[in-house]
Design a binder for this molecule. Sequence first.
Ligand code: MRU
Length: 338
Amino acid sequence: MIETIQWTDSGVVMIDQTRLPREEVYVTCTDHLEVAEAIRSMVIRGAPAIGVAAAMGIALGMQRADSVSQFDEICEAIRSTRPTAVNLFWAIQRMRSVFDELGGRELPEIRERLVSEAIQIRLEDIAINQCIGKNGAALIPDGKTVLTHCNAGALATAGYGTALGVIRAAIASGKKIDVFADETRPFLQGARLTIWELQHDRIPATLITDNMAGHFLHSGRIGCVVVGADRIAANGDVANKIGTYSVAVLAKENNVPFYVAAPISTLDLSLASRQQIPIEQRAAAEVTHFHGVAVAPEGTEVANPAFDVTPNRYVTAIITERGVARAPYSETLPKLIG
Ligand code: MRU
């Protein structure tokens, strides 16, 4: 299995996703500020992986802290990294609940409990993804191609993946499928990470540029689309990597089912709909440059929203570890949460 993130005695070890696929390099973060920077710079990325990193960052911060009063400032450093993936805030809240329960206890006990909680979040995430895979496998048409966007795989989680977990589980159940991966401009998660990960597992994968998706969705070859999510509002609107919305519209136009695979921790039922989902804006250089080489004139005005929101009417189903939800999502999602 690909190890995305691990807790070790020397710190939080992550595979550096900015350097894949050219180099397989691991970085060790030795304090919470390094973890925060790893999240911000996308050394680690993908909503569930960001959640695990946040939890481990807080645990690490408290290992280095000399007073319990530093907890809030450590959480704040982690919180201010990336705004869209709700798993970040979910993980901070979960760590805070443990911290609050231990009110009045000595620092060594607090440290130990926070470390075990962060390790537990990582383990749970892998198990959750395997459940998502099992729940979604039946939806994947046999003998067809699955189109995916961005990377919602082992690299975007603690392991196994959400969208790629569904694909892995479908293959494990005996289905003969292959994968088309959108390259996912501008950060190229599809080209760099999804293809690397699928090759690692010997899953047949073909890389296409983002603007080829319509052509292949129209061709009849694609049996379904499966993507991950960064935040899902109460009505089933789905925030995911920029370009997901276009794929969803093209899928509907061509009668191809569009599935979203995500853990319950990606649901944000406190937000009624897409208008309230914060969208991260990233640096212009991600658009104007390609591996450090400028592809646009100097001084070019750039828009670089990292995510878009797919309205619920394009979403055929949402696959979670607790089951599969279909419209009307404002009724089915709360039932899944229970
Ligand atoms: O900017 P990124 O690479 O963190 O965006 C990742 C995505 O959009 C993923 O599809 C999403 O987080 C789900 S990962 C299981």
